[in-house]
Design a protein around this ligand. Structure first.
Ligand SMILES: Cc1ncc(COP(=O)(O)O)c(C=O)c1O
Length: 383
């Protein structure tokens, strides 16, 4: 039986050709194609600077380091996300806390954020907002709160390349300090593994470049040891960095994928609307898309009202050749975070959503026959 997964990459002949060209070239890493890919990301998202990373996780860590997080700092993020939105703070030795989500958008709830800010003695240094399932957060009110309570904003836009908020493309970092994309295979476009950090600040951009590449300075005018100017072999490590670089093989794939992004998102939007039209809201509810945003439709997250066990739902779908996924196990309920003191019922909207939701298949390669099957199986289980 053919298995329909919840997500799948789409690799075209052109993608393979572009990757092959790099494999036959002189540079597998740090060559010209990475610069072109980074320029192309900047142009579609209208940010001034873009640093490529080898994952969104490393880009999020890089963003936290660039913003100066350390063992005295505090990072807040959405409880409904993948681990990296929170572990990037832990990697800097910072404390981490969460904000509950809005029941309709499933994004961080601006009202709950404001209440928590009012009631907390220690305010966050950084807030990581997550554009969950490709739907941008309410960035205007979050940006207002960041000015009032003096915290920095990282947009975890791992799901959301190609989306926009009030006409500002995600990645423009119009309402934030840094925006991060993921190019993992299940995302909107892929580089196998990969990520990017975008900013409008030249200072942050410089830091992100150094953090991604071992802290190595090659600009002669910035050498501390002035005597070493014009020595072709010379470079200086001036700050702590990592090998978080993306290579040119990945960039070639990314560049070719980015050329297809409009087509990818159009198909995802069609699939999302197909489910919306064909599934009865009496039983099942899809994520609410606000009127001032354009989603990239990364996931078709669906909440159900029936009292069926989640385990049984997953089993029934799989018996019919459909492999669902869940997004996400609330971060604070993982054993590692429980050891840090987090408990059940701390973020009830997120926990309740997790217990009553799953993600239906959504990806470019799904055809109408697949969609009809998914809808039929869903109806058989829930109606
Ligand atoms: C919201 C979110 N943030 C961060 C990440 C980490 O991305 P990567 O796998 O590129 O490190 C993911 C990956 O699934 C994610 O969904």
């Amino acid at each position: 039986m053919k298995i329909i997964n919840y997500a799948k990459q789409h690799i075209s002949k052109r993608d393979i050709l572009e990757v092959t060209k790099v494999l036959k070239s002189d540079f597998l890493t740090q060559g010209p194609i990475s610069k072109s890919f980074s320029d192309k990301i900047k142009s579609i998202s209208r940010a001034k600077h873009c640093t490529l990373f080898n994952s969104a996780t490393s880009a999020l860590h890089g963003a936290c380091v660039a913003l100066g997080l350390d063992n005295k700092s505090l990072l807040w993020t959405s409880a409904n996300s993948f681990l990296s939105s929170a572990t990037c703070g832990l990697m800097c030795g910072s404390k981490v806390d969460f904000v509950d989500i809005d029941v309709n958008t499933l994004n961080i709830c601006p009202n709950k954020l404001e209440t928590k800010l009012k009631n907390s003695k220690k305010k966050p240094d950084v807030l990581v907002v997550v554009h969950f399932a490709g739907l941008p957060c309410e960035m205007k009110s979050i940006n207002y709160l960041s000015k009032k309570y003096k915290f920095k904003i990282i947009e975890d836009a791992s799901h959301a390349i190609g989306s926009d908020f009030m006409g500002f493309p995600t990645g423009s970092s119009h309402f934030s300090d840094i925006t991060v994309f993921s190019f993992h295979p299940v995302k909107i476009i892929t580089t196998g593994e990969g990520g990017a950090a975008l900013t409008n600040s030249s200072l942050l951009s410089k830091k992100l470049d150094l953090i991604s590449n071992q802290g190595i300075e090659r600009n002669q005018t910035l050498f501390k040891n002035k005597k070493m100017k014009n020595c072709s072999w010379y470079y200086e490590m001036q700050s702590l960095g990592y090998n978080y670089r993306m290579n040119d093989i990945q960039s070639a794939l990314g560049m070719s994928q980015l050329n297809q992004i409009k087509k990818f998102i159009k198909k995802r939007e069609y699939i999302f609307n197909y489910y919306k039209t064909n599934l009865d809201t009496k039983y099942l509810k899809l994520q609410h898309i606000s009127s001032n945003v354009r989603s990239s439709y990364h996931l078709a997250v669906t909440t159900y009202k029936n009292k069926i066990s989640k385990k049984l739902i997953f089993k029934k779908f799989l018996n019919n050749g459909i492999r669902l996924q869940t997004h996400y196990i609330p971060i604070h309920l993982h054993p590692y975070f429980k050891k840090l003191g987090f408990k059940k019922k701390q973020f009830p909207v997120c926990e309740n959503y997790y217990e009553n939701s799953f993600s239906l298949p959504i990806y470019y390669g799904l055809n109408l026959q697949d969609l009809k099957k998914v809808v039929k199986v869903t109806k058989d289980i829930f109606y």
